[in-house]
Design a binder for this molecule. Structure first.
Ligand SMILES: Nc1ncnc2c1ncn2[C@@H]1O[C@H](COP(=O)(O)OP(=O)(O)OP(=O)(O)O)[C@@H](O)[C@H]1O
Length: 211
């Protein structure tokens, strides 16, 4: 279970979250839904340790973390970025292994083994030497997911996973998220698309821009 208590976040004078609370359970799909500018991406970035939190208590796996003007750096969330953000001049395999090897100091052979496992599970084994430009939107989405899985995250977070996709591929992403759930994954999905949200969500958290 992940519980966030009294989360506060400002950019300059602009308040994005003021004493915000939410809880969700393992193996759930939590959808964060709302219009542009509400702070959905910021919320995901804070949970991934990519954005400082002004103040919050985060309770996760029975540990409680009191944060004050610091990043939550527990590596619990693997991030699937909007528009995938794959390295264009690197192969699919390299896209998965570069950050674990160079940033997280993972052993190279272990990183390659792990990457191949993830690619196999997502039906991408034939594409390990392909470059991102040659992949379809749905394949890029799955490569981005495989990359997020490299850190063995407790939670996968997707930022607007359907924004770059047409309707058919949107349904494929919904199926992938539901399949991941059946495999026991806990997932947070940021979207402004209520129809997609209804398809996949166990819980919907609405985030609206503040005046
Ligand atoms: N680094 C930053 N510095 C200053 N303001 C920021 C920064 N990042 C985000 N903001 C502001 O915080 C607010 C929330 O942004 P965020 O990207 O989290 O919203 P969102 O709900 O994900 O919107 P969208 O759907 O357009 O991505 C916006 O008003 C945005 O301009």
């Amino acid at each position: 279970m992940l519980e966030i208590k009294n989360l506060t976040k400002k950019f300059g004078d602009k308040i994005i979250f003021d004493q915000f609370n939410f809880t969700f359970n393992d193996n759930e799909v939590l959808v964060i839904l709302g219009p542009s500018g509400g702070g959905k991406t910021t919320l995901l970035r804070m949970l991934a340790g990519l954005e400082k939190i002004d103040e919050a208590t985060i309770i996760f796996n029975n540990e409680s973390y009191d944060l004050k003007n610091e990043s939550f750096d527990k590596n619990i969330l693997g991030f699937v970025f909007q528009d995938f953000q794959l390295f264009p001049h690197k192969t699919v395999l390299e896209n998965l292994t570069l950050s674990p090897i160079y940033t997280q100091k993972m052993n190279k052979i272990k990183a390659i083994d792990k990457a191949r496992e993830a690619l196999e599970r997502l039906d991408l084994s034939d594409f390990e030497n392909a470059y991102p430009y040659s992949l379809s939107g749905g394949q890029k989405q799955r490569v981005a997911l495989a990359r997020a899985m490299m850190i063995d995250p407790e939670i996968i977070g997707y930022d607007e996973p359907t924004s770059a996709l047409d309707t058919e591929l949107r349904d494929q992403v919904a199926d992938m998220i539901i399949e991941n759930k059946m495999l026991g994954m806990t997932q947070i999905v940021v979207t402004h698309d209520p129809i997609f949200a209804e398809k996949i969500a166990d819980q919907i958290l609405k985030v609206n821009p503040r005046d």
